[in-house]
Design a protein around this ligand. Structure first.
Ligand code: NDP
Length: 280
């Protein structure tokens, strides 16, 4: 069955909206600063989706768009201004950044108190250690999708393809905390198929079209396709050969309209959490 992720995203956004309405009655008006560098078309679409979701939830947004020649120092200065602006609740820096800017330094510059994406090493470290922290957006979204469909992780064999700090690693940690047995695969994994064939749940976040084919899927498995790619015709697609794998799965997320909108909803949830932390 194809999971209706739009429904899940809407539910998360509506819950945040209710919480934000309560905050506004207390005089707290959440605002997300969206920082973008350059003119990347994909980034523009992501930023548009995020600001649109903020609007639905009642979160004000302000975009700060810089020329792609901005220096690292200049960008850090701009972020520091937002860090000290009392009207800004959260700061989102749209990745990727131009090559001359060190993304790690930019993540370090975002105040941990305004870090909606859990990019700052202090926040990411707290999350990995299991201390109180926000949850990285895509990992949060994946857990919400599974919860919504009442798919338990306990005792399940899960294969996560991709070990990035943004998706693979946080998802592996969350799954482990939910009592799953996790295999984290990557580009050097030998015989990816043998791992996938034994998986109850496959999360693919490699960014490779048709990486997961039907012969890799155990009948009844759940597939969460995180990848956002373009196929040979320029059409958006995930990492999974959807057409052929779908009939074998108990559940599968589509691309587009799958993990993407739920990740955006997770961003709204995290911004709401940061706004609440101001009054606690
Ligand atoms: P990265 O490029 O940072 O990481 C990709 C990971 O996949 C790496 O660990 C890499 O291995 C692994 N990998 C690449 N090729 C293969 C292969 N052939 N077999 C097995 N593993 C492989 O990407 P991100 O984590 O940032 O993003 C992954 C995908 O998810 C992209 O398509 C991105 O657009 C999408 N994405 C979607 C989101 C959403 O909301 N839906 C959010 C974030 C990302 P190695 O470490 O060895 O290089």
């Amino acid at each position: 069955m194809v999971i209706n992720c739009k429904e899940i995203a809407d539910e998360i956004i509506m819950k945040s909206k209710e919480r934000i309405e309560k905050l506004k009655k207390l005089g707290v008006y959440p605002k997300l600063a969206v920082v973008m560098v350059g003119n990347d078309e994909a980034s523009k679409i992501y930023v548009h989706n995020k600001t649109e979701a903020c609007e639905k939830a009642g979160i004000e947004t302000e975009e700060f768009i810089y020329n792609e020649n901005i220096s690292e120092k200049g960008l850090i200065g701009a972020i520091e201004n937002l860090n000290s602006d009392p009207l800004v609740t959260g700061i989102l820096v749209q990745m990727p950044l131009p090559k001359h800017i060190d993304e790690t330094e930019i993540c370090r510059a975002i105040s941990p108190k305004k870090d909606v994406d859990v990019f700052n090493p202090q926040n990411f470290g707290s999350f990995m250690l299991g201390n109180k922290s926000l949850i990285p957006c895509t990992a949060y979204g994946i857990i919400k999708i599974l919860e919504y469909k009442e798919i338990s992780l306990s005792g399940k064999n899960c294969v996560i393809i991709g070990r990035s700090n943004i998706v693979g690693k946080p998802t592996a940690l969350l799954f482990t905390n939910h009592d799953a047995t996790v295999t984290l695969c990557h580009s050097k994994t030998k015989d990816l198929k043998s791992f996938c064939m034994n998986a109850d749940i496959i999360v693919s976040a490699a960014g490779v079209p048709k990486l997961v084919t039907k012969d890799m899927v155990k009948p009844g498995a759940v597939i969460i396709d995180v990848g956002i790619n373009r196929d040979e015709n320029g059409k958006i697609c995930g990492d999974v050969d959807f057409e052929n794998a779908e009939p074998l799965c108990s559940y599968i997320t589509p691309v587009p309209g799958g993990v993407g909108p739920v990740t955006v909803a997770a961003l709204i949830n995290n911004t709401t959490e940061l706004a609440y932390s101001k009054i606690i």
